[in-house]
Ligand binder design. Structure first.
Ligand SMILES: [Zn+2]
Ligand SMILES: [Zn+2]
Length: 147
């Protein structure tokens, strides 16, 4: 089981999308000042189709997710089913690849932060060219799952 950053699917109204989805009105965010993103980020477990908020630690089914776009449009996961399925597919592939690389990664990390960052950047480029830009964006974030 692995948690992968849950990308924000393309908004049906304004066609924008982001690398990260955030938990709207996250209870863990109460009282925190503006800036720095505030609300908790969302991770997805592709194997179980579950979403988790990194702020309040709540989990729920991917298909119960409601997205709030910056343009003001609100949409349900079902309305963008194809895009959400693609996010889950890419997340699942990445989780597998990283599980295979986990040992190498631990060694690279021991060698130092600079070589680790270089590896991450090369890996992200390789993933982006084979799986698409969405996957490339997810890679850096995904690595925290291995910490
Ligand atoms: Zn929008
Ligand atoms: Zn939350």
């Amino acid at each position: 089981m692995a948690w992968v950053e849950f990308a924000f699917p393309e908004c049906p109204v304004c066609s924008r999308s982001w690398a990260v989805s955030r938990h709207r009105d996250c209870p863990a965010d109460g009282g925190r000042s503006a800036g720095g993103g505030g609300e908790g980020g969302l991770d997805v477990d592709p194997d179980r189709s579950q979403v988790r908020c990194t702020g309040c630690r709540r989990t729920w089914a991917v298909w119960e997710t409601r997205f709030h776009c910056a343009c003001g449009h609100r949409f349900e996961a079902q309305e963008v089913e194809e895009a959400v399925r693609e996010i889950i597919r890419v997340a699942s592939l990445l989780a597998q690849v990283l599980a295979q690389q986990a040992k190498d990664l631990a060694e690279i990390r021991r060698a130092g932060e600079v070589s680790f960052r270089a590896w991450v950047s090369r890996f992200a480029d390789a993933v982006a060219s084979s799986l698409g830009a969405l996957a490339g964006r997810l890679v850096g974030r995904l690595l925290r799952a291995l910490d």
